[in-house]
Design a protein around this ligand. Structure first.
Ligand code: BG6
Length: 498
């Protein structure tokens, strides 16, 4: 047997893509709740209003080069039929949570990843008292998980921040958010005590560079604002780890990194250097949070670009003293860079596109241009373990597809093939390379709104949700072929991949 007896098998979700119920239970709006829907070719927009009443929208999303709302504009929800906000209903987990947890338990899951919507507990992010209805909602979910033998993993912040923070403080650009976040994290520790053991601090923290509004609520994001936001999130993470270690010894706090190895297209040393540098753009975030210090290559880059860190006394010591307990990551595919083909069509995929990226001729892509590369999971596991020698947890891996429902089911062989190959790659890393792995969570186990496009058509689930891109449908859940395949795989603890 390659996987440990207590290996965590399951699926992963995020409130802004799955939960819905945005106007129920006393929740406040988040930054995701003012993002419109989009598609592979149309960017998602953030809607805004200026003091003089002017309104509009700007694509502050993944894949967009925009980094600013117009001067004086603040993000708001607009009552205009031309804007549709997919997070408001999403997969309506708010009203289907018991059924979804039951279906996942029957699939054999012993683990489920959720994110808590910060503005459901504190509608403005920093309210004096916690919204008890929000606490009750999540407690019931975690209690139900426990009853069904499922270990909940909680992401404290997954691509949404209380909207008020974006409006008032330019999000994580401001140090004000550090204390507010730590207070929110402490509230979760206290109110979900005994129910939740694993917390992740910031989903795909390294995506601040690609999507500063989505990850950190920045409505103005020059490189200095981005460096500030990353620094504040590092500090908030360290203080959250400190709180857990001092007062909740049973809790483990992990960081979360979007991984997708970057390969050099040729043996030209110049391409190799580009690949090294591109990988460092990702690993910088885990270097800080697992090793407790800013790496020299980043400090030098900041120096060259005139960027300074918003340091106060003791901050670097805090970051050094409280690295994360484990490293969790997402892996969907890989990227390729070269300096030989400036005009080549860029490859797409998780984490957005970067300079010098090109398509990989050896890999197949899905309809959204995401390349499938099972071996990159093994490569990622080796890279991370060699560098950090820590516990690793794959908390996202999956494939989006325009599934077709036929006679009450979906024959998603492509998804089964993807999972089989990816799980095999992870198994090779464990068996042949000796990598300690805590678990594997399939992304979007129940269909949900895609993050990049804000559409339902890009489905990842093993459980189908009857809803279209505009939240129309019965929201009935149906089981796809991949549901039965994954169940069989889990039952054999990853031995049966046929
Ligand atoms: C990860 C995110 O980057 O990729 C998820 O953590 C996201 O929130 C997932 O849904 C897949 O991306 P997309 O854009 O296809 O939903």
């Amino acid at each position: 047997m390659s996987f440990t007896k207590d290996f965590l098998w399951g699926g992963a979700t995020a409130a802004n893509q799955y939960e819905g119920g945005v106007f129920e239970g006393g929740a406040g709006l988040s930054t995701a709740d003012v993002m419109t829907n989009g598609s592979h070719t149309v960017r998602r927009q953030v809607t805004w209003r200026k003091e003089n009443g002017e309104t509009g929208s700007t694509p502050l999303c993944f894949g967009s080069a925009e980094r600013h709302l117009p001067e004086g504009a603040i993000p708001v929800q607009l009552e205009d039929k031309k804007y549709y906000y997919p997070s408001h209903i999403a997969s309506d987990f708010y009203h289907h949570w018991k059924e979804d947890i039951r279906l996942c338990a029957e699939e054999g899951f012993n683990c489920l990843r959720f994110s808590v919507k910060w503005s459901r507990l504190f509608p403005n992010g920093d309210d004096e008292t916690v919204n008890e209805e929000g606490v009750r909602f999540y407690r019931e979910i975690f209690e139900e998980c426990k009853k069904k033998g499922i270990e909940p993993v909680v992401t404290l912040l997954h691509y949404e921040n209380p909207l008020a923070f974006a409006q008032k403080y330019n999000g994580w650009d401001s140090r004000y958010l550090v204390d507010a976040y730590v207070r929110y994290a402490k509230t979760c520790f206290e109110r979900f005590d005994g129910l939740v053991k694993y917390y992740l601090t910031f989903n795909e923290i390294n995506c601040i560079d690609a999507a500063p509004y989505v990850t950190a609520g920045l409505i103005h994001a020059d490189p200095q604002n981005i460096a500030n936001a990353a620094f504040h999130q590092f500090l908030a993470t360290a203080l959250t780890v400190k709180e857990a270690h001092e007062n909740y010894p049973d809790i483990s706090v992990g960081m979360m990194l979007a991984c997708g190895p970057v390969y050099a297209a040729t043996a030209d040393p110049a391409d190799q250097l580009l690949a090294l540098q591109a990988n460092n753009q990702t690993l910088f975030y885990s270097d800080v949070q697992m090793l407790g210090r800013y790496p020299d290559y980043k400090l030098k880059e900041y120096e060259r670009n005139g960027i300074t860190l918003p340091l106060e006394d003791g901050d670097l010591e805090t970051i050094a003293l409280y690295p994360c307990d484990f490293l969790s990551f997402s892996v969907y595919g890989s990227h390729v860079v070269t300096c030989h083909d400036e005009n080549a069509e860029a490859g797409e995929g998780n984490g957005g596109t970067q300079a010098h990226m090109v398509k990989n001729p050896y890999l197949k892509t899905n309809a959204w241009g995401w390349a499938t590369d099972p071996q990159c999971l093994r490569i990622t596991l080796n890279t991370l373990f060699d560098r950090y020698h820590c516990d690793l947890f794959c908390v996202e891996n999956g494939i989006g597809w325009n599934d077709v429902m036929e006679n009450g089911t979906v024959h998603d062989d492509y998804r089964i093939d993807y999972m089989r190959a990816n799980i095999q790659s992870m198994k090779d890393a464990v068996e042949q390379d000796g990598i300690p792995l805590m678990g594997y969570l399939y992304w979007g186990c129940v269909d949900m709104v895609s993050n990049g496009e804000g559409e339902m058509a890009k489905r990842y689930g093993q459980i189908y949700v009857d809803a279209d891109n505009y939240g129309q449908g019965t929201f009935k859940r149906s089981l796809k072929d991949s549901y039965y395949w994954y169940k069989k795989c889990i039952l054999s603890n990853g031995e049966d991949l046929d």
